[in-house]
Ligand binder design. Structure first.
Ligand code: FAD
Length: 391
């Protein structure tokens, strides 16, 4: 048997670990992103304006919104399929992957897992098709990594609930039709499905971001927002939002490798074409060391993602294992982008190439869905039995 040729796009042959169906899903997402996102993304990023509803419909047609959920118009695909889609989406831009993650893994998942039958029927099919957009409001101005102390409150009034408070840094907030809002109640933290046209609900957009510019980020302001009894999700305590975050973090384990791959491919092509001192910069040992390190980290990160994905599909994936993936893969993807940027020299800071855009985006990805420090502490606690979250 002859060994297959070396493939710079897949140096250790990870493709061999994927089924034909998985590769077909990956290729379909890649092809659509290359056709629809790639020609426009630099402009969307630079202007800070994303045509969210058109893109959501595009992604709905592609079948990636809530693709790992079953029923209610969702595709019911595997965790590995979903991961591969996240990788391709984030190779286009972390902002686009964020749109899909928040829609499918946070807003839809919360309703799918904890919502009433009526709420599921009302929201999930239109969210799967991209006709309705959702957001997930957990973070507050004074409560980020430690959401337990949130100030947003929901009180009973007859059978209704009335919500008051403020949420911060909410992806898709001002373009959403429905918000999943987490609030303190007499009964602990609970989630509420809030149509954004409910009186008292406002979502001013957060501007002046230098990261995830092709993604809408907003405040949520809730003043006496009244919703019916069945708007309350059937889960109590922080395990509700944390279980949703665990879903989205899993997508980031894969997605971050997409941003890294895009930066690596750009750097490799550039290094091969760009000549200095009479030869391609790819021929210098220092450049080769950078490229080799990037390729090794990409291969390790993708193997880790695939391993966690297989565990998720087998029902054996633990949250601490997702922390290992999020911690490692976002950190390494950012390092890959920074290194790729040096290979491109001055062109590395230009939006003519995707590298600086990915690097800037990954600064947000490093922070949201649990900061790198939080995932370190999650792992530290799992390893030692000591919680170091509080002094
Ligand atoms: P803080 O919690 O104030 O942390 C600041 C720093 O202190 C961090 O480095 C942190 O790791 C460190 N730190 C905190 N506590 C400890 C400790 N015990 N030990 C060591 N270090 C510690 N939230 C949502 O609910 N929904 C969304 O859709 C959403 N989208 C987002 C989109 C973007 C672009 C961004 C940037 C954020 C988004 N977020 C969203 C918010 C995000 O989840 C929070 O920013 C994140 O949880 C961190 O909270 P914080 O920014 O308040 O930082």
């Amino acid at each position: 048997m002859t060994t297959p040729p070396f493939d710079p796009a897949d140096p250790i042959g990870i493709d061999d670990l994927l089924t034909d169906d998985e590769k077909a899903i990956r290729d379909a997402v890649r092809t659509r992103c290359e056709a629809v996102i790639a020609p426009n993304i630099a402009e969307w990023f630079e202007s800070g304006r994303l045509p969210v509803s058109e893109i959501a419909k595009e992604f709905g047609e592609l079948g990636v919104l809530g693709m790992h959920l079953t029923g209610y118009g969702c595709a019911g695909l595997s965790a590995v399929d979903y991961g591969l889609a996240c990788l391709e989406l984030e190779a286009a831009d972390s902002g686009l992957r964020s749109l899909v993650s928040v829609q499918g893994s946070l807003a839809m998942y919360a309703i799918w897992r904890f919502g009433s039958e009526e709420q599921k029927e009302r929201w999930l099919p239109s969210m799967a098709s991209g006709d309705a957009i959702g957001c997930f409001g957990l973070t507050e101005p004074d409560h980020g990594s430690d959401p337990a102390g949130m100030r947003t409150r929901a009180r009973r009034d007859g059978t209704d609930w009335v919500l008051d408070g403020r949420k911060m840094w909410i992806t898709n907030g001002s373009v959403s039709d429905v918000a999943v809002v987490w609030a303190g109640t007499e009964d602990g933290i609970r989630g509420f499905v809030v149509p954004t046209n409910t009186p008292g609900f406002e979502a001013p957009e957060i501007t002046r971001k230098l990261s995830l510019r092709a993604s809408v980020t907003s405040e949520l302001v809730l003043n006496d927002v009244r919703v019916p009894a069945d708007a309350a999700l059937d889960v109590r305590g922080l395990k509700g939002p944390l279980s949703c975050l665990n879903e989205a973090r899993y997508g980031i384990v894969w997605g971050s490798m997409g941003a890294g791959r895009s930066a690596f491919e750009t750097a490799l092509a550039y290094a091969t074409a760009r000549e200095q001192f009479g030869k391609p910069i790819a021929a210098f040992q220092l450049t080769q060391q950078k490229l080799a390190d990037m390729a090794v980290e990409l291969a390790k990160g993708q193997l880790l993602a695939l391993h966690l994905g297989r565990r998720k599909d087998a029902g054996s994936l633990r949250p601490e294992q997702v922390s290992v993936g999020k911690l490692n893969n976002v950190r390494e993807a950012l390092e890959i982008c920074r290194t790729a940027r040096t290979i491109l020299g001055a062109n590395g800071i230009s939006l003519e190439y995707p590298v600086i855009r990915h690097a800037a985006n990954l600064e947000s990805v490093l922070t949201y869905e649990g900061t790198v420090e939080m995932h370190t502490l999650v792992l530290g606690q799992a390893l030692t039995g000591h919680s170091a979250f509080r002094g």
